[in-house]
Structures are given as structure tokens and as C-alpha cells.
Design a protein around this ligand. Structure first.
Ligand SMILES: NC(=O)c1ccc[n+]([C@@H]2O[C@H](COP(=O)([O-])OP(=O)(O)OC[C@H]3O[C@@H](n4cnc5c(N)ncnc54)[C@H](OP(=O)(O)O)[C@@H]3O)[C@@H](O)[C@H]2O)c1
Length: 279
């Protein structure tokens, strides 16, 4: 029997290797970037209530010449909506803003353990799923202890955990844990926000040896590790380059060398889920 794909969750739900991030996409230009991304080949779109762009994302989706059924549209529950009533109202709002009957994948954005309402939020997501408002439910920025607690309380395991993951913060322990649990790992800021990592000699050497760009090398590294990357790319050129990275297979030693660029303090802006609060 072949090993389960890292892009398939414990319940059989499957994601493509790459999705389109949309943080910062707003208004007409944002909608155009989403529509263009879908027409270039993206089938997984990442959004959130807190990005204040569900309207632009929904508009982009409705204008794209692709069957709605092919798309997996994601949104996320904001920290200020963790209590049951607020969560259910916010999910309805997200649905209306996106213009969708049901949101394909809905995540709790951050656990905010200091507030300690994430179990109630998870119960609300289960209710929303049972009512058909959302199809699949998962989380973002959850540590293993948070994942264990929501499952213990409800018997329902998230299908996805979307976490900060890039070569400066490769999240080896979280990846191994998710793999064991059948939870798909999605990487946010997968390109390190196109910062200095794209100039690192290890990354540029891998890129050179395959005749690709540094960003494509980083995306090939994610795919090799079984991680769904959701790079944000506004331009048609970047979107096409990023999708083309799916054709690239890095050698094991190249993957290991990029993973070795990580460090425990490699987070981009220090947002530790154990303490970070985002409402
Ligand atoms: N769950 C969470 O807490 C959380 C937190 C942060 C982000 N996210 C999600 O993750 C998504 C991605 O993260 P991010 O936007 O922070 O950072 P990112 O995807 O790592 O980097 C985005 C930057 O990379 C550039 N870029 C894209 N493709 C490129 C290419 N081929 N070559 C060179 N530069 C390229 C983009 O420029 P152009 O736009 O000009 O192409 C943009 O400046 C977000 O959009 C959001 O959906 C989730």
C-alpha cells in the first residue's frame, strides 16, 4: 500500500500542492488578481475575515471562467468572534461577503490561548459544518497542545493547520506531528514575504542548478516536504512562475540544505501562537 499523500487529510479531504494567498488584495485590483490567479490555474484561494477582502475575493471568483465546484475557497474566524453566537454570525457574514452558499474550508485564525475560547470556537465551526455553512473545518496557528485539546473536547480533528513556515522557520516538529495525525500543513508567508531568504546562497544555488528562480526553489522545497504553500502573488507573472514550480523536483540534499537555514527565532515578526493575540 502506498503512503497517504501529505496533501490528503485523515478524512480524505485533499488540497492541491499550492494555493493563492490574498493578504493585501482589496477592491478592484484585488478582485482582478484573484480572477487572474484562478484563470492561471489556482484552485485553492486563501482569505480571512480579518483581511477585509472577502468581497474582493468573492468578486474575483464570480468573474473567473472556471466552475465554482473546482475551487476550494478558504476563510478564517477572527479572534473577536470566538464565542458561539459571534462565530456563527461571522461565518454567515463571511459567506455572504464571499457570495458563496458554503465556504469550502473554514479555519480558526489564531487560538488566542490567553482568552481561552478556542474550544468554543471549534464547537461553533462543527455546528456551522453540520448546518452546511462550511464544508471542511480546520485551524491556523495551532500548537499540538491546542490541536489535542479541541479533538479531546469534541472528537473532531481539524483537517488543516495553516502555520508560519518558510526556510527561516521550517517547523520540523509541527510537520511530523501533523503528518502522524493526518492533518494537512499549509504554510503562510511561504516565501518569507519575498525578503532576504530569496537572496540566500543556498536558495540561489538550488535555483541556479535547476534553472529556476529563488522563489520557485522555495516553493519546490515546500512541495518536497509535503507542505501546501499559499504564496501571495499579485502579478500574473509571479502567479504563473509560482504554479510552474510544481514541475520542479529538488534533490534530497537540496531540500535538507534549505531546511538547515532555519532557526528557533526565525519567525518573521515573532508571532508565537502561545502568546500572540489577534482580534
Ligand atoms: N494564517 C495566518 O495567520 C496568516 C498570516 C500571514 C499570511 N497568511 C496567508 O498566507 C499568504 C501568503 O503569505 P504572505 O502574503 O505573508 O507572504 P509570501 O506569500 O511569503 O510573500 C508574498 C510576497 O512575495 C512576492 N512574490 C510572490 N511570488 C513571487 C515570485 N515568484 N518571485 C518574487 N516574489 C514573489 C509577492 O509579490 P507580488 O504580490 O508583487 O507578486 C509578495 O511581495 C497571505 O497572503 C495570507 O493569505 C496567513
Amino acid at each position: 500500500m502506498s503512503a497517504p499523500s501529505p496533501f490528503t487529510a485523515h478524512n480524505g479531504f485533499t488540497l492541491p500542492e499550492q494555493g493563492l494567498g490574498t493578504f493585501g488584495f482589496r477592491g478592484e485590483a484585488g478582485a482582478d488578481a484573484v480572477r487572474g490567479g484562478i484563470e492561471t490555474g489556482y484552485r485553492l484561494i486563501d482569505s480571512a475575515f480579518n483581511y477585509e477582502n472577502e468581497g474582493a475575493v468573492g468578486w474575483g471568483i464570480s468573474g473567473a471562467a472556471v466552475d465554482r465546484g473546482e475551487l476550494i475557497v478558504t476563510s478564517k474566524l477572527a479572534g473577536r468572534h470566538h464565542r458561539r453566537e459571534k462565530a456563527l454570525d461571522a461565518i454567515e457574514e463571511s459567506r455572504f461577503r464571499l457570495g458563496l452558499e458554503a465556504i469550502d474550508l473554514f479555519l480558526i485564525h489564531w487560538p488566542l490561548p490567553g482568552q481561552d475560547h478556542y474550544v468554543e470556537a471549534w464547537q461553533a465551526l462543527i455546528e456551522a459544518r453540520d448546518r452546511g455553512l462550511v464544508r471542511q473545518i480546520g485551524v491556523s496557528n495551532f500548537l499540538p497542545e491546542h490541536l489535542e485539546r479541541v479533538e479531546e473536547a469534541t472528537g473532531v480533528r481539524p483537517v488543516v493547520n495553516q502555520i508560519e513556515l518558510h526556510p527561516r522557520f521550517p517547523q520540523e516538529d509541527a510537520l511530523a506531528y501533523h503528518r502522524e495525525q493526518g492533518i494537512i500543513t499549509e504554510a503562510w508567508s511561504p516565501l518569507g514575504r519575498a525578503g532576504e531568504i530569496l537572496e540566500d546562497p543556498v536558495v540561489t544555488a538550488a535555483a541556479q542548478s535547476h534553472g529556476i528562480t529563488p522563489a520557485q526553489a522555495v516553493l519546490a522545497w515546500h512541495a518536497a516536504r509535503g507542505v501546501v504553500a499559499i504564496p501571495k502573488a499579485a502579478s500574473a507573472e509571479h502567479q504563473a512562475l509560482n504554479l510552474a514550480a510544481a514541475q520542479v523536483r529538488l534533490a534530497d540534499d537540496e531540500v535538507d540544505a534549505i531546511t538547515a537555514l532555519g532557526s528557533p527565532d526565525g519567525r518573521l515578526w515573532g508571532a508565537d501562537p502561545a502568546t500572540h493575540e489577534e482580534f
